[in-house]
Write a protein that binds this ligand. Structure first.
Ligand SMILES: [Cu+2]
Length: 143
């Protein structure tokens, strides 16, 4: 009798370990089920982004994969829709916000955000790339 009561606490150990393992496997797989990520490939070249405009549905998690084809370029976009006050409620929620993403020639840069509020979001080049630099822009339209 005395022997059994001494062993009892040990028998709890494997059970709690198993519960912990189940918890870990569940918490790992959960985020993928909540949101689908839409991957959109864009090419940046003198002096345009293709394709543009880009339409996405509100509530979509978006991953832009931007490849600078011919030269270094940049990517600058406001988190609020065109015409809204700059300190207004963000419509695009960026995973890692940046003022200007640098797009290196020949490389692909990934920019991730949640398209939360509908509207037009104009993006433009923020790396001086030549005579047409100022006109190099595109649009994301959240429907
Ligand atoms: Cu430019």
């Amino acid at each position: 009798m005395n022997k059994i009561s001494k062993r009892f606490p040990l028998s709890i150990f494997p059970t709690s370990l198993l519960a912990f393992a189940i918890f870990l496997s569940l918490s790992k797989s959960a985020p993928a089920q909540i949101q689908d990520v839409r991957v959109i490939e864009i090419t940046a070249k003198k002096y345009e982004y293709s394709a543009s405009p880009i339409h996405v549905k509100s509530g979509t998690k978006v991953q832009l994969k931007i490849t600078a084809a011919d030269h270094d370029h940049g990517f600058k976009i406001a988190a609020v829709p065109d015409g809204a006050v700059t300190n207004g409620t963000a419509g695009l929620i960026f995973t890692s916000p940046q003022d200007c993403w640098q797009l290196k020639q020949g490389e692909t840069t990934t920019i991730e955000f949640l398209a939360q509020a509908s509207g037009k979001y104009t993006f433009r080049c923020c790396h001086t790339c030549g005579v047409g630099h100022r006109g190099m822009k595109g649009q994301i339209i959240v429907d």
